[in-house]
Write a protein that binds this ligand. Structure first.
Ligand code: GLN
Length: 551
């Protein structure tokens, strides 16, 4: 470890630790990504997320539990905060950057069996905390980072993140107090009837952090309004921070405004001063796009409604990147995108689908698993195709669009996926050959970035403007190659195939205004500066269909 510490000090690598207090869901991920954004124009910023749960990764969890499972280029299934990191920092994150207590304990137990601790009692401190710190230091060095941002999941006082907090406390002893900056995100409520912001929960949360040996350098108070000067003085006094280091994490209508808010409240200058950096954040381009998005959300007259039709709609975070990709497209087009959530478990007939889609300008059927809600999705797709409503099918959405086409156009009335019906006589969607012998569930799908060859002259080619496209994947099933011919004979165009020509990556129906699907998850690579082409195409088609070409 000593060599690594020397190397880190020699390379002048700085660490920013972000913890949270009072309640969860305050936006630690957005705060971490926004702080990183301020430095990312000049420095290599590497985000690390520490999750307290014992799953190895979120890949085996229902999105209702923990939000969307974000997939990286390298196939990592990671916390949805990586979506924010990638979208804000313009990076391709790595699986190693997401620690979970599952991964940490697995690592420790593997080491113990190997004999790495021979003769010793293996303890939470120092063995587990050293393991965690080693992980941080390895990433810092491997990535040649300038600034590492460590976000500790959960809130201070939770049992499951204690070891991460202890490890981050030790960072300052390892690296020197001047090289570590601690940020604590808390909540400043304005209770009904009291009608003024209250600082007590923040004071108590900082005390909990102090008990663990961490004195924050900055407090970000999430609040409906800007924290008044007087209250800042009070917090400064009770929490041992300078008044200038108290920042309002003010409620905003778009998370993309947070880096701008932070810049206006001199977050970068405060960090610069501590780290002795002379850095200047450059948010010009970002600001321009945020303004255009903001105008579209608030003042725009042209409004379209896109239906997101799935079974996890109870928790909107389940489809976080899909929603973001729509927002990114809106920022580049002259229209506001409203979202209507359609719960497909409630749709039984074509009539139900028609009713649910009344007034809808575009449809997304996103990724999913299992049979619940599937027939509802097929009905939605049927309705989209027959009524020429712009449609985008993502992963399961593509597979179900193929099933709908097989049933209602090719006349294969019992066409299905073997994921849903093992005994169907027309398995138009079937398990990938390499998946047949796999029995373990964790991390075994076809995961991460895969390339596709795009057919010239197709809508997909027009959107991507390229014959080679790489998108991220997460699936076990595919369009069955035995049915390619019958489907294409009836007019379904395979606009993109895997390099070996076997796996259908993109489909379209050319006679429709916009009817496309992909086996991949293009929403995962969408950003405010570069919206995912298939989402851009959907929004553009919907707005053009509704308001005419030169809208
Ligand atoms: N359940 C389907 C499969 O495993 C689709 C997965 C998804 O939509 N991510 O192939």
């Amino acid at each position: 470890m000593k060599d690594k510490l020397d190397e880190i000090k020699k390379n002048n690598i700085k660490f920013i630790v972000v913890t949270g207090g009072v309640i969860s869901g305050l936006g630690k991920g957005i705060a971490s990504a926004s702080i990183g954004k301020l430095f990312s124009n000049e420095y290599k910023v590497v985000p690390i997320k520490c999750d307290g749960y014992l799953n190895i990764d979120p890949g085996t969890m229902n999105p209702i539990e923990h939000g969307e499972v974000f997939v990286l280029d390298d196939g990592g299934e990671v916390d949805m905060d990586f979506g924010h990191y990638e979208r804000f920092l313009n990076i391709s994150a790595k699986i190693k950057w997401n620690l979970t207590m599952g991964k940490v304990y697995k690592g420790i137990l593997d080491k113990e069996r190997k004999g790495d601790f021979l003769g010793k009692t293996v303890q939470l401190i120092p063995h587990v905390t050293n393991h965690i710190k080693d992980w941080f230091y390895d990433i810092a060095l491997e990535e040649k980072a300038n600034i590492v941002i460590i976000e500790v999941g959960g809130t201070v006082g939770d049992m499951e993140n204690e070891l991460y907090i202890e490890a981050t406390r030790q960072l300052k002893n390892d690296l020197g107090r001047e090289n570590v900056f601690y940020v604590h995100l808390t909540y400043i409520p304005i209770p009904n009837g009291v009608n003024e912001p209250k600082s007590k929960p923040t004071q108590q949360s900082v005390k909990l952090l102090n008990e663990r040996g961490i004195w924050p350098d900055m407090i970000i108070g999430r609040c409906q309004e800007y924290i008044p000067e007087q209250l800042k003085e009070k917090i400064a006094n009770f929490c041992n921070v300078s008044k200038e280091s108290i920042v309002t994490g003010v409620d905003v209508d778009s998370v993309y405004k947070i880096p701008i808010e932070f810049k206006e409240q001199n977050v970068d200058d405060t960090i610069n001063a501590k780290f002795k950096l002379t850095h200047n954040a450059d948010l010009e381009k970002w600001k321009h796009l945020v303004e255009s998005l903001s105008y579209n959300m608030n003042g725009q007259k042209k409004v379209i409604t896109i239906a997101i039709c799935g079974k996890y709609t109870r928790l909107e975070d389940s489809y976080a990147s899909v929603v973001e990709a729509l927002m990114h497209s809106s920022a580049h087009l002259d229209c506001k995108v409203n979202i209507k959530w359609v719960e497909t478990t409630k749709i039984e007939t074509l009539d139900d689908a028609k009713k649910a889609l009344a007034g809808i300008d575009g449809i997304i059927v996103p990724g999913g698993f299992g049979s619940r809600g599937v027939e509802g999705k097929v009905k939605i797709i049927h309705c989209a195709r027959e009524n020429d409503i712009p449609f985008l099918g993502i992963c399961y959405g593509l597979q179900l669009a193929v099933i709908e086409f097989a049933r209602n156009v090719c006349g294969l009335t019992d066409a299905n996926s073997t994921e849903i019906d093992k005994d169907t006589t027309n398995p138009v969607v079937d398990i990938l050959p390499e998946q047949i012998t796999i029995t373990e569930k964790g991390g075994t799908m076809r995961l991460g970035a895969y390339e596709a060859n795009i057919k010239k002259g197709t809508k997909i080619f027009e959107l991507y403007e390229s014959e080679k496209v790489s998108e991220r994947h997460r699936h076990r099933y595919e369009v069955n190659p035995e049915f390619h011919k019958i489907l294409s004979d009836k007019g379904l165009v395979f606009s993109g195939l895997s390099p070996n020509g076997k796996l259908v990556e993109f489909i379209e129906l050319p006679e429709k205004t916009y009817f496309v699907g992909t086996q991949a998850h293009p929403e995962l690579k969408s950003s405010l500066t570069k919206p995912a082409p298939m989402f851009y195409g959907l929004v553009l088609s919907a707005v053009t269909k509704k308001f005419g070409k030169n809208n």
